[in-house]
Design a protein around this ligand. Structure first.
Ligand SMILES: Nc1nc2c(c(=O)[nH]1)N[C@H]1C(S)=C(S)[C@@H](COP(=O)(O)O)O[C@H]1N2
Ligand SMILES: [Mo]
Length: 372
């Protein structure tokens, strides 16, 4: 191995600075496998979450808890990836001080690729983490940025795996006897991942709720047994006009008061609010089936629906619903939750609740439904 000129042999460029075997390839491969599994889970569930929010016509409305499960996994695997990435970077950081910095054009390109990979991965994980905290300290739109950074990081990761394939293959299998310090290090990393997972997963996994110490949201805290993302005060919908009517625009337009809605057949549905930010909570909803309303308005069976909220503005004021959700018997215009009339924060006088959909599409304070 070439060494740097004498004048440069100080600090991390001294020979023997990084003598620990923990900086070796076997540790990097073991951590890389765990990190790879977390990132793959995170990427696939993230793609799904992005697609669902575009309301494609091919996505089924069942299983009812599908989005709750995939978005729960997305946030759990993303949070687990943070200590794994930290450990992986620590294992390989001595390579920053390799000498010479570039042996060939190919080597220089590989190092450049790793710089892009690390930067996009760190940004991706932290924008995601900040999003779970409902904290958006940046000027760019979160969803698009998180989506494209995800592709960049995943592309970089695949190139990295391809470039390192020979080393990965060489160090894939355990050599016996294993090194005690490596076992201790990997145990510490496992413990760190376990702690961050167990203390945050309760925001979407009901039976881990008791351990939910650090997750930003407690799904069981909030009025009527549910957290609130945007309150009626924030949306400017605390006072609903006394002459509120639900408008249903279709071949036979309808204008229905709350009393009219209450006279229609009422149904119950046990469905979760599954917020993209990582928390989810089940609730018992009651109200009118959306498909009954559309049938009354003379909509064809394959009609899509556009729902508009009373809210004056806001990113979730207008929502489009593909036909498979409209037709699902669990999709309700809910008037009640957990046995009570919806309060202002949960969407009084009426909100949408549908199976297998992200919280952002469960429109509150509904004013108008349009057959498309
Ligand atoms: N009109 C309207 N509906 C909305 C929102 C909104 O900002 N405006 N927020 C959505 C989001 S992000 C979530 S997670 C759920 C939260 O529902 P909850 O407050 O009843 O728990 O409502 C959704 N419905
Ligand atoms: Mo949400």
């Amino acid at each position: 191995m070439p060494t740097p000129p004498d004048a440069l042999r100080r600090g991390p460029l001294r020979e023997g600075t990084f003598s620990s075997t923990l900086h070796g390839p076997r540790t990097a491969v073991v951590l890389g496998r765990w990190l790879g599994a977390a990132l793959l889970t995170c990427f696939l569930t993230g793609l799904l979450s992005h697609l669902v929010q575009e309301s494609p016509s091919w996505l089924p409305s069942r299983p009812a808890n599908g989005y709750r499960l995939t978005q729960g996994l997305h946030v759990i695997s993303g949070i687990a990836a943070i200590p794994l990435l930290a450990a992986k970077l620590w294992t390989v950081y001595p390579k920053l001080f390799e000498w010479p910095p570039a042996r060939s054009v190919l080597h220089a390109l590989e190092r450049l690729g790793i710089a892009v990979l690390v930067a996009s991965m760190v940004l991706e994980l932290f924008t995601g983490l900040f999003n779970t905290l409902q904290w958006y300290p940046w000027p760019f739109p979160f969803r698009q940025t998180h989506f494209w950074l995800g592709w960049l990081a995943t592309g970089g990761l695949l190139l990295h795996i391809a470039a390192k394939a020979p080393q990965i293959a060489e160090h894939w299998r355990r050599v016996r006897p294993g090194l005690p310090e490596r076992r201790a290090f990997l145990t510490a990393v496992t413990a760190a991942v376990g702690v961050v997972t167990l203390t945050t997963a309760g925001q979407s996994v009901p039976w881990l709720r008791a351990l939910d110490l650090f997750a930003p949201r407690r799904p069981d805290l909030g009025s009527q047994g549910l957290p609130v993302n945007r309150t009626a005060a924030q949306a400017g919908t605390t006072t609903v006009p006394a002459d509120w009517r639900l408008t249903v625009d279709g071949p036979h337009p309808l204008r229905l008061s709350l009393a009219d809605l209450a006279r229609l057949p009422q149904y119950e549905a046990e469905l979760p609010i599954a917020c993209v930010e990582g928390w989810s909570a089940g609730a018992r909803w009651a109200g009118v089936r959306v498909r009954d309303l559309l049938d009354l308005a003379g909509a064809p069976a394959d009609a899509r629906l556009r729902v508009t909220s009373l809210e004056a503005d806001g990113p979730y004021r207008v929502m489009d619903m593909p036909a498979q959700y409209v037709r699902d018997p669990l999709t309700l215009l809910a008037l009640r939750v957990n046995g009570e009339v919806l309060n202002a924060d949960h969407g009084y006088p009426a909100r949408i609740i549908a199976p297998n959909r992200p919280g952002v599409l469960q429109t509150k304070w509904v004013a108008r439904m349009e057959v498309l």
